[in-house]
Design a protein around this ligand. Sequence first.
Ligand SMILES: *Cc1c(COP(=O)(O)O)cnc(C)c1O
Length: 372
Amino acid sequence: MLLFTPGPTPVIEPIRQAMSEPTIHHRTPEFEAIFAQAREGLKNLINMPEVLMLASSGSGAMEACVCTFAQSKILSVNSGKFGERFGKIAKAHHIPYEEIINEWDTPVSIESVMEILKKDQSIDAFCIQMCESAGGLRHPVESIAQAIKAYNPRIVVIVDAITAMGVEKIDTTHIDALIGGSQKAFMLPPGLSIIGLSSYAVDLANQRDVGFYFNLKTELKNQSQNTTAWTAPTTIIIGLTKYFDIVKQNGGIEHIYTQTKARSLATHKALESLGLKIFPKTPALAMNTIYDEKNASAIRKILKNDFDLNIAGGQDKLKTSLFRINQMGMIPLNKSTWVVNAIELALDKLSLRRFDGLGNKIFLETYYQLNG
Ligand SMILES: *Cc1c(COP(=O)(O)O)cnc(C)c1O
């Protein structure tokens, strides 16, 4: 079955092989050298002064950031399942919070964020998704972060970039905590989360010393020495160093960004040419999200049964109205064209549109225009 869900993504063969070596102990010079390599790779990728790796899925890093960086009150943007999670974490820890609730297809505006921050001086942390994966929505995070810092640099800007890290170049100038996860663009198994930190965030984490397992002060002390407070997920970190090797061998990260963008926009145009409707008003590059209340589930079913292809549906209220196609990681062109083709064939099977190969024509035309 071809896995085309926006996380987890397929683990490519060279990474699987790198992770199949016998387990090494985490308190050894051998692993410390690997850890140092992974740290360097991540710091270069996100262009931040400090980075931490935690043994958890992405939500663990979200919880660590909320608990460490919000003392009085959080403002969070809730435009889907993942935005909602920041509020749920705050609630679980009895941290006061306010949410801006947007339709899942609609990006939050800078004005609405600034209005609340100016009204409520107690807010000391702001949380948002770079790409809200529930609807494939890209928020204008960099501009919001810049506006917040211009207004009050003490407000901590926490960004869930789990479906943006490794997908597109992120301007981290005004971001304090940037969260990533292994199972998306890094093409690794789930189980490793990442937090990029600004120097302001490093200072706060050291002053505050919050929690036990997810104590960022403890991790900063250890990870700056290329070790971890607890047993490190050695296998995934070995896979991460392999990922950076592969990126280098394939022309560097900028080249991967170009290819990802070309693939994502080409799929977008191809699906539109088949009469399908893109759901978000500002689509993220990480995935293509299609709204079809009547046929989304039937299309997914045909893809699974007839074409051995697993794409994601929607979540919650949009469970059966959406389908989502992954664009994260290094996806071979023949697989991307196969997805577009299979969708066009599914539309034919449902008698919604006669197959004429238009999807792949538009896909390839657009792709070679953008990545020629
Ligand atoms: C996948 C994802 C997460 C991570 O959730 P986990 O299941 O905890 O790994 C968080 N935020 C976004 C936007 C995601 O796409």
